[in-house]
Each structure stands twice: as C-alpha cells, then as structure tokens.
Design a protein around this ligand. Sequence first.
Ligand code: SF4
Length: 446
Amino acid sequence: MADLSAMEIYQELPQTDCGDCNFPTCMAFAMQLANNQVSLDECPHVSEAAEEKLAASSAPPMKIVEIGEGEEALEIGGETVEFRHEEKFQRPTVIGIRLSDAVDEAEIGSRAEEIEELEFERVGEVISVDAVSVTNSSLSPGEFGEFVRKVDENTELPLIVLSEEPKAIEEGLEAIGSGNPLVGRATEENWEEMTELAKEYECPMAVEGESLEELAELTEMITDEGVEDLVLLPEYSKLGDALEKFTRLRRLAIEEEFSPLGYPLMARVENEQNPYQQVAEGASHVLKYCSVLTMDTTKPWQVLPTLATRQHIYVDPQVQSSVDSKLHEVGDPGPTSPVLFTTNFQLTYYSVEGELEDAGFSAYVAVKDTGGLGILNAYADDQLSGEGIVETVREQGAMEKVDHDRLIIPGLVPQLRMSVQEESGWDVEVGPEDAASIPSYLREEW
Ligand code: SF4
C-alpha cells in the first residue's frame, strides 16, 4: 500500500485492537499493510467506505489482467517494482506457443499435443508453457473462426487469438463462445471494431503501437469506451529496440504511475530468425519485462531456457530457495550405496539428485541446513565446517544405513576432509567440484 503511511491506514481501521487479524493491535496490522506484508481482507471488520478508500490507494500502478477461465486462468501484471532486489516480481510471464492457421487442419490435434507436452521437471519443480497463441496469417475470417474452434477443442490451455482483421477475431470469438481468451491486435486502424468485440465478449485485448505515444493514445481511447483489461504490444525492429521500449514502459508505469501505459507488456518471438537468437530473445523478454510472451517453436531445447529464466526471475530474491535438511534417498539405495554430503541450497541439491538419477545411481544424500546457501557461500559464512558435516551425517543416521564407512564430501571444500575424518573416523573422500561430474566419479571410484 505504497501511497499511504501506516498512520493514514490506521485512521481507516476500526481501532478496536480485537486481534482477529492475528496482530495484537490495529496499528501493528496497519504497519504490515503499509509494507505490503498482509492484505486488507485479513481484517474482517473494516467498513465498506474504508475498504473502498484503502483499496483504491492500494491498486498497483500496473493493471492485473486475467487470461482464460476456471482452473487454467492466468493472471498477469500488477507489478510494483522495476528491480527485483526491491521486491519480488509478482506474476510470472505467461509463455504461449504459436499455432499459425497455415498449419494443416489435420495436424491441429498433434500440434496442440506437442505444445501441451512442453513440460519439464527442473530443480524439483514442474515448469511448462501456459497458453496456445492462435494466429491468423492465411485463412479468411470464416475459416479462421473454424480453425480457432478446432484448436480450442484440442487443448485445455487458455488461448491468445491474434489477427489484424476484426472480422477474423469476431469469427474466432463466436466459434469458441467463451473462455476469456486474450485477443488482438488492436491498432490505430482497427481499434474501434476490436474494442466493440472485447466489450461484447468481455475478454482482455492486446493493443499494438509503434511508439509509446501511440500506445498511450490508443489505451486512452479504448478505456473511454469501457474496455480496461489491456495488454501492450509495442512494435520493435530488433531486440535492443525492444528492451529499450519495454524498460521505458515499465518505468513510466511504475515510477511515473502514468496510467495510460500502466498495463502488462507482451512480445512475440518469430521464427524467421536464427534459432539461437530466438532462445536469447525469449529469455531477454522474460527478464525485461514481458508479462505475455509467444514463441514460434515447439522444440524443447528452445523453450526450456525461457521457462528456466522465468523460474529464476519469479522467485523472492530475499528468500533463499532450499530443500529439507534431512537424509535424502535417491533411487533405491541399500547397504552398499554411496553416501554423499551437500547443503540445502535448492539448486545444488537438485543438481546432485538429477545427476545421480540420470546416471541410474542410487545413493544416500545427507543435506545440511545452511539457510539455503550453496557450498562455497556456506563455507565463507562459517556455516560449513568438518564438525558440522559430521554432526549432520550422524544426526541423520546416514552411516547406519550402509555397511561401509565411506563418506563423499563436495570437491569445493577439500580442505575439510581431514577434519571430518579425524572427527568421525570415517573414510572421507573428496568428490568432484560440480554435480555433473558425480556419475563419472562414482563409475571410477565406487
Ligand atoms: S482485525 Fe481489524 S479491528 Fe481487529 S485488530 Fe486487526 S485490524 Fe484491528
């Protein structure tokens, strides 16, 4: 609630200190609310008038827009900062894969299936694409409507339906009836007809413009007609131009609170260019500052880097990603399996686990709580010592599970080998420095 101080918020609260919000006083709650740590609906006693006033001043400078409906609905926008060290980015980029109407009708089902299969497990999370972007490049409006209907029948994912031709969008919307797709592209030439359609079907709309001024003029005219769920689609010639425009748009929305540009941003990565360039462009758009990104590929090696970039960017940078500090069993370990030690930094643990699994090794992995720090950071922060390693492995009962006394410690801290060995009496071996070398190390040494 950036606009109001804790005292100003407190004036609007009931001031009964009832504690129903789990804070002892209304002032304590107001302070948390001013810092965006709680939401207003956690106080069940706030009056309607106060709710209206507080809600209006707490509205984010960038509109929140919903695409799709039901369980598959996606929320975008509502961002409040330019840099993620200030605060976490709120709503992850929606990544859609383009399905052009140049595709043969008989292939729609298999293409949609290919898109839905773009799902990967990475550092303990499943990451996947979110939407199908149906684009009109060759069919007549009537044929395009039929094409949209068939795509919709073949996927559960929300749709992004794009054409410059309002009649094609109308046919598409008529064909699917509902589903709250993101439609577009509303331009200087067609915005009135597109706006009518967005209003009639109550769906969000992408607005395309060459300059920031053009985009602002368009959104003002469109909102005057009553359509407010908008997404900005700035035109650009090359990536550098795009990044400059997107950065200026984010600043104008967040810092200047310039409402005509206070909408989520969208970009499209086309497939005419070098395939490696597509990968770089996709990841760059996630970094700066796309809320909707469509890509023109179903190749996993091109899509995964963009999804992985999103996975990294949309976490709270002030909270270390960690896994449970316990004895993890990878595969089906037994008395002769290796025992490894690592820290509870999520990326480190899942890298170790993934390499073991991929190579078909079963092992015990003793994981120490270092507050989510990786090996070297934990060592530099005095959270990793020979004594601490022994204590962790003993507490977790790792050596009791096996009929040997060999413990493998990370190759990044070979200097701890002697102290672990002296403290425990185990046969301590220094493993590789990186997780990718664990399989070859075990093949040679185990
Ligand atoms: S629930 Fe509302 S009235 Fe009660 S202490 Fe919290 S803020 Fe105050």
